[in-house]
Design a protein around this ligand. Structure first.
Ligand SMILES: Nc1ncnc2c1ncn2[C@@H]1O[C@H](COP(=O)(O)OP(=O)(O)OP(=O)(O)O)[C@@H](O)[C@H]1O
Length: 305
């Protein structure tokens, strides 16, 4: 990335800043190519691992496009592709004697309130609880059993329609909430049960508060607080600190089980190609650099009956 930031956000174009990541996608990369990075993780969830995929980046940088996509086959995003892969693999494995119980929930965190996207009244905030052995759960969250990919995709669209939408300076239909689609997979083979899950997280835009108008300031502050908590949790995990500040935000508290040791995580960081967004892009790349250093341990969640 060319340019550097001077105090006050002035960009000096003569210097080069370099970042390196596991994979870098350009703006013409297809959804199918991006999903190739995810497919093995989805497979892991079917084998009994907890998997978490984040889309991070400033407003309008393409997070929802990546996760949700658009209805056409080529443009469908990571969530519908994950759903299809889960049900295709389930069918193959059932022929080999496995059986599956698949359920799903959709929630959003808006202004530090957790809301159930499948509930009739989505305004009712829900509580996050921590149970020894079960990890974090959300009280009264609707978790629906699903038996086909189409059924689960329909729930995804219903949940998406209800997401908090507000007007911002950058994106007319910007999503101002973190959206978490979670698929719970219980796989049985003979006397063994494997408990896996996939959390697909479309984070709210990470733009700096100075761009927000006064109405949106509280939203933006809450979004930035939870994203910086996510960064702090990642840093504390990286340093193997004795206290990991999961409870500093609803987002990190909710994802405690997915981040805290026993999971496979992937973050897709989005940046906008325009010069106006340079400072935000640098911030996103720095965040990604910090996250990249975190090494999580993961193990299969297996019970023998
Ligand atoms: N790779 C892409 N190809 C085609 N269109 C794209 C691509 N990425 C983003 N877009 C388009 O750019 C616009 C903004 O993208 P999107 O809504 O996904 O951004 P976002 O990061 O989710 O924003 P917000 O934080 O406000 O939710 C949308 O109209 C989307 O269709």
């Amino acid at each position: 990335m060319r340019g550097s930031i001077l105090p006050g956000g002035i960009i000096k174009n003569s210097e080069t800043q370099e970042f390196s990541f596991d994979r870098v996608f350009h703006q013409n990369t297809t959804q199918e190519e991006i999903f190739e990075e995810l497919a093995h993780l989805i497979q892991s969830a079917l084998d009994g691992y907890h998997v978490c995929v984040f889309a991070y980046g400033q407003t309008s940088s393409g997070k929802t496009y990546t996760m949700q996509g658009e209805p056409s086959r080529e443009r469908e995003g990571m969530i519908p592709r994950s759903i299809k892969l889960i049900f295709e693999t389930k069918k193959e494995m059932e022929a080999l004697g496995w059986s599956y119980d698949i359920r799903a929930s959709f929630l959003e965190i808006y202004n530090e309130n957790v809301r159930d996207m499948l509930a009739v009244d989505t305004r009712r905030p829900l509580e996050i609880r921590f149970n020894e052995g079960r990890g974090t759960t959300v009280s009264n969250l609707t978790i629906v059993p699903v038996s086909t990919a189409e059924e689960l995709t329909d729930y995804m669209f219903k949940a998406q329609e209800k997401r908090s939408i507000a007007v911002t300076n950058f994106n007319e239909h910007s999503s101002r909430s973190h959206a978490v689609a979670k698929i719970y997979i219980e796989a049985r083979y003979k006397d063994e049960i494997f408990y896996g899950s996939v959390s697909l997280v479309d984070l709210a835009g990470s733009e700096s508060a100075k761009f927000a108008n006064s109405e949106r300031l509280t939203e933006t502050k809450n979004i930035n607080k939870s994203l910086s908590c996510l960064g702090n949790v990642m840093l504390a995990l990286h340093k193997k600190e004795s206290h990991i500040p999961f409870r500093d935000s609803k987002l990190t508290y909710l994802l405690q089980s997915s981040l805290g040791g026993n999971s496979k995580c992937l973050m897709i960081v989005h940046i906008s190609p325009t010069q106006d967004c340079f400072n935000e892009s640098i911030n996103s790349l720095r965040f990604a650099n910090q996250v990249k250093t975190v090494k999580l341990a993961s193990s299969k969640n297996r019970v023998v009956k």
